[in-house]
Design a protein around this ligand. Structure first.
Ligand code: FMN
Length: 184
């Protein structure tokens, strides 16, 4: 069961630097791909930046629609993370091939992925083109997280939830160790 998350702690969903599945949509086209280059940059308003290849199908759809969703995969989805991050939606229907389930967006037209433990809906505030990539700055409009795995932070080991990190090439690792540090 997913619960809404206050937008001023959206940054905590992404703080660990784990990879995300980005959903993008325009008209009747919907696409899924993988992004690792992202970070929160403001708490209030909740801004997150993502570096997206300007030649990717995702970029094309996001630029046209002005919105996207970041969906948080767990270790059971690693094969899909690699697959949707390796082929372009221009040539293949990655929604169908991945077997992932789309659910309607709450505040935007772009759908979310049911199987992911968090879904954050963004509208695009600005796009800064670089060489091959562009920095897309999104403003979070709505965030939902599986309540079993997130209180006001990821419960990780306590709930045996393993988020996915890209170690390079075909290698991935997951989050495991969580400790509470005393405040001074
Ligand atoms: C683990 C992983 C992380 C990735 N991170 C990014 C990223 O941060 N930005 C990006 O533009 N592409 C990234 N990619 C590559 C895209 O997912 C890939 O180019 C994809 O095929 C684009 O698909 P599209 O054309 O359907 O949008 C990543 C791929 C993998 C496997």
């Amino acid at each position: 069961m997913k619960k809404s998350v206050p937008l001023n702690i959206v940054n905590r969903i992404f703080n660990l630097g784990n990879v995300q599945l980005v959903t993008s949509a325009y008209g009747d086209k919907v696409n899924i791909s993988t992004v690792a280059w992202l970070t929160p940059v403001e708490k209030e308003p909740p801004y997150v930046i993502v570096a997206v290849d300007k030649n990717s199908y995702s970029f094309q759809l996001i630029e046209k629609s002005g919105e996207f969703v970041l969906n948080t995969p767990t270790a059971n989805l690693i094969e899909i993370v690699k697959f949707v991050g390796s082929v372009s939606g221009r040539n293949i229907d990655k929604v169908k091939e991945s077997g992932l389930t789309l659910v309607n967006g709450k505040t935007i037209q772009t759908p979310s992925i049911l199987e992911c433990v968090a879904n954050v809906e963004f509208i695009v505030k600005s796009i800064v083109p670089l060489e091959t990539h562009a920095i897309i700055m999104g403003l979070a409009r709505h965030a939902e997280v599986d309540e079993e795995f997130f209180s006001d932070h990821w419960l990780l080991e306590e709930k045996e939830i393993y988020l996915v990190h890209h170690a390079g090439s075909n290698f991935f690792c997951t989050t495991k160790f969580l400790t509470k540090v005393k405040s001074r």
